[in-house]
Design a protein around this ligand. Structure first.
Ligand code: GCB
Length: 619
């Protein structure tokens, strides 16, 4: 057999593409309903910018047992023994939480921090298996328990878990160490350049999860994808699956029940992935006005888990977006996962409620969770409040599109995002990225992600925020990005009056798309420093931003009939090291409708009254 270099390269490329396309996750979902021990709270830490705890002085990775490695005990064997690292209470960080807001020395820190937690744990059942679960760690984590490496993960906004090998856990004095590194790299996702601050740390919950030997790892119970604009029938069909951790015993039965509907159905498991299909009895559909959730119980002979699930259909059909078969206009707002008034990442129920209540006050029925998956508490809160969600992976600006490994990294994040939230009725759009510059390589990359998203979920819309070229603006602008062919919803970011000319340009500008699909404006906005007042021509004044919104809204009223909604930029001012006007920005992107203290700016009321107008027309 003669293989030249070119064929070899092609073959390895193919192999890589195939394995990336099948990137599976072993993620355990519905984590809130599992038997867990929270490892949140104070963790001791070591700041390690030189990664001394990981590499020796020749910069070779330390051997697992090496006493200098920071994952190994910090207790000297005797008084003459030398230890050059240690964990003490004087140096602690709260988990969950980014490190940046917890101590002034971390304000602009990007690098490695070692976190350590000691804990005791006694299994409820000796035969159970134990997993260590992280809601999110930004960006790379290396996890060690009692000196043994459990695994590593990349991606700052999605959950992951590692199984704890049998026999490793002790009933007392476990030594858990996580090396967290949030340095930015050109070949990561996101890449070097973003318009937000790169908060580092264990930013979401950490838990030990105890499950039976064969357990229900994941499941999808969702209404079947609607066809051609049809509304769900009186007894709508559900299609989904239940994924068991391992091949089940012969004759294993999976039961799905919904007590409130007096519904129960059994399925015989042939392999680990058990398809489930059934018709629901008369059901109240989930909608923005009535976000009805049902308790759905999935059980086997060895495991049982329950979740609150809403049933609805969503579809891009012709020029419209149909929720349960009815056209809906999305009154949205873009939101960063940040609590500006405390200058930190959001992680709690209270945080989710604060952000979503602010959106509700604005009159929103939809939020775009930019530019990365937010905490699971956000999508769950949106489920219970009846707010539609756009959820996105951080494929942002100039990713290394030609790099197959980068594509694989993006796919992992896409997979984890969809897996975590595929039972959330609120989530109606998966977005594969934001403002990616048009080129054949980029379009292939993005198309590949769209195909993967569709493989993972056939019931939701797929989109991406496209961009417009302000230097080529005409009075009539047509969104014709080739990616438009592959998305369900054509969405674009448009800042006419901020990045291109002044707001009055909106009077003579119109938008449309060559695609016969619904059209959505995923961003528009202007910066204003809260409390700074001047005439409307003065940039960064609240009056300028107010004027911008007024002109934009008059323009929106001339949008074509496939215009289905908008998510302006942005709910609240957020930290961005790219924004260095010393008077008005000081490291903050000021396009918020709320300022960083939570005060409403004048433009808030302009958008609010536009949304009220639409709401009144619809009802
Ligand atoms: C955009 C980006 C967003 C930025 C925003 C801005 O188009 O998608 O991440 O923060 O513009 O303020 O320029």
């Amino acid at each position: 057999l003669k293989i030249n270099m070119k064929t070899l390269k092609f073959l390895t490329g193919l192999l890589f593409a195939v394995s990336a396309a099948n990137a599976q996750t072993n993620l355990i979902t519905n984590i809130g309903d599992r038997k867990t021990l929270s490892l949140n709270g104070a963790w001791q830490y070591i700041v390690d910018p030189y990664e001394t705890g990981f590499y020796d002085y020749r910069y070779k990775e330390l051997n697992e047992k090496n006493g200098d490695a920071y994952w190994n005990t910090d207790v000297p064997e005797n008084k003459t023994a030398k230890k050059e690292h240690g964990y003490i209470d004087k140096y602690t960080l709260q988990v969950p939480g980014d490190w940046n807001h917890q101590d002034p020395k971390f304000e602009y820190y990007e690098g490695t921090v070692w976190y350590k937690k000691s804990f005791d744990y006694k299994k409820a059942n000796a035969a159970d298996r134990v997993f260590l679960y992280f809601g999110a760690v930004n960006y790379k984590s290396d996890v060690y328990l009692n000196g043994k490496k459990l695994g590593a993960h990349k991606g700052g906004f999605t959950p992951f878990n590692f199984e704890v090998p049998e026999g490793l856990l002790k009933e007392a004095g476990n030594f858990l160490v996580v090396k967290v590194d949030n340095k930015r790299y050109a070949d990561e996702v996101p890449t070097l350049n973003t318009d937000w601050w790169n908060y580092g740390g264990i930013t979401r919950d950490v838990k030990l999860v105890e499950v039976p030997k064969t357990f229900i790892q994941d499941f999808v119970i969702q209404l079947t994808k609607p066809v051609n604009g049809q509304a769900p029938s009186k007894q709508p069909g559900v299609s989904g699956w239940v994924k068991l951790s391992d091949a089940p015993a012969a004759g294993e039965i999976v039961t799905v029940s919904i007590p409130e509907l007096k519904f129960k159905k059994q399925f015989t498991a042939v392999g680990a992935q058990v398809p489930v299909q059934f018709k629901l009895p008369k059901v109240r559909l989930w909608s923005t006005e009535n976000p009805k959730l049902y308790n759905v119980i999935v059980s086997t002979s060895t495991d049982k888990t329950q979740d609150k699930i809403g049933f609805r259909t969503i579809e891009a059909a012709g020029k419209q977006v149909l929720l349960n078969g009815k056209p809906i206009f999305m009154r949205g707002i873009s939101i960063h996962g940040e609590i500006a008034n405390e200058i930190r990442r959001a992680y709690s129920h209270e945080d989710a409620l604060q952000l979503l209540n602010q959106a509700r006050e604005l009159g929103c029925n939809m939020v775009r969770l930019a530019h990365y998956p937010h905490d699971e508490k956000m999508t769950r809160m949106a489920d219970s409040l009846g707010i539609l969600v756009w959820s996105e992976i951080p494929v942002y600006w100039t990713i290394d599109f030609g790099n197959k490994e980068v594509l694989a990294k993006a796919k992992v994040q896409l997979n984890e995002m969809i897996t975590r939230d595929h039972n959330r009725a609120s989530v109606v759009i998966w977005s594969v990225g934001n403002e990616t510059p048009i080129s054949p390589t980029r379009t292939d990359f993005m198309h590949n992600l769209i195909t993967e998203a569709k493989r993972l979920d056939q019931t939701r819309m797929i989109s991406a925020a496209l961009e417009v070229n302000y230097s080529a603006l005409k009075s009539s602008n047509v969104v014709d990005d080739p990616l438009g062919e592959f998305v369900d919803l054509v969405a674009f970011n448009e800042y006419l009056g901020w990045y291109g000319g002044l707001p009055d340009k909106c009077r003579t500008t119109n938008w449309s798309t060559i695609y016969n699909k619904p059209l959505f404006i995923s961003e528009t906005g202007a910066g204003a420093k809260g409390g700074f007042h001047a005439d409307s021509l003065t940039r960064f004044s609240e009056e300028f931003q107010e004027w911008y919104y007024k002109e934009q809204i008059s323009m929106l009223k001339r949008m074509p009939d496939n215009f289905v909604g908008i998510s302006p930029w942005v709910l609240t001012d957020f930290r961005s090291p790219k924004r260095n006007n010393p008077l008005y920005q000081e490291g903050w992107n000021r396009k918020g409708l709320y300022d960083d203290k939570g005060n409403k700016k004048k433009a808030f009321y302009i958008l609010q009254s536009y949304y009220n107008e639409i709401k009144n027309k619809q009802t």
